[in-house]
Design a protein around this ligand. Structure first.
Ligand code: SF4
Ligand code: SF4
Ligand code: SF4
Length: 219
């Protein structure tokens, strides 16, 4: 199996909340680090012990308890914006790794609850502290109640929501990469333009200097 296959297999075991509690900028980055042997398998609090055991099995490593220094392993939550206090600064949109917040600058923002992973990254980003976290309903049909069994909740999440969260994270990453490329292209164009202008200015100065010198020679 190739390295890319190993990364995909590990990524498929992760909950895709993209919360960064593992210390990496998303589940895929953590999967890559595990595949190259530079990260332990016990760093995903949302996945808890069952995901750590799956990762250990996949890599034929010993099972380890979750490293609680990564985060509290809380139950899944949803973000909710107090729209009466939102000032429309768009900071939460920039922070959300799965594009689960909609709104325009200077306007009220709102969370698309069906897409929120509860990663909490928008909460510290809000300058007026108007985002709260509420319990996430059981993923899937009906969405009623949280259920008593955290493993059943995680299984339902992995089947129902994780693939969508991964797809939204990847789309956002691709969009941001394309924007960075466009900006780099514009900067390169501007630099080329400035360099061309400098070359032309130097040529004009040389011609003027030659003419002045020729004029002095005739006198
Ligand atoms: S769910 Fe969070 S902690 Fe777990 S791998 Fe993904 S980003 Fe890391
Ligand atoms: S709305 Fe907030 S908590 Fe929900 S996914 Fe986006 S950043 Fe995370
Ligand atoms: S960060 Fe807070 S104030 Fe700014 S748009 Fe989001 S919810 Fe509104």
């Amino acid at each position: 199996m190739s390295d890319a296959d190993t990364v995909s297999a590990l990524d498929a075991l992760l909950p895709q909340t993209q919360c960064r509690q593992c210390g990496y900028p998303g589940c895929l980055a953590y999967a890559r680090a595990m595949a190259r042997g530079s990260a332990d398998i016990n760093r995903c609090p949302p996945g808890g012990e069952s995901v750590a055991a799956d990762l250990a099995g996949r890599l034929a490593l010993p099972v380890q308890p979750i490293d609680r220094s990564c985060g509290p392993g809380r139950p899944f939550t949803l973000a909710r914006i107090d729209e009466s206090r939102c000032i429309g600064c768009v900071a939460c949109i920039r922070a959300c790794p799965v594009d689960a917040i909609i709104g325009a600058r200077g306007r009220m923002h709102t969370v698309v609850e069906s897409e929120c992973t509860g990663c909490e990254l928008c909460v510290p980003a809000c300058p007026v502290d108007c985002i709260e976290l509420v319990p996430m309903p059981f993923p899937g049909k009906g969405g009623e109640g949280r259920g008593e069994d955290p493993d059943a909740f995680l299984r339902a999440w992995m089947a129902e929501r994780a693939p969508r969260a991964r797809a939204r994270f990847e789309r956002r990453a691709a969009r941001r990469a394309s924007r960075r490329k466009t900006l780099r292209g514009r900067e390169a164009d501007a630099l080329q333009g400035a360099e061309r202008a400098a070359v032309v200015a130097a040529a004009v100065a040389r011609v003027r200097e030659r003419r002045r010198a020729a004029g002095r020679g005739r006198r």
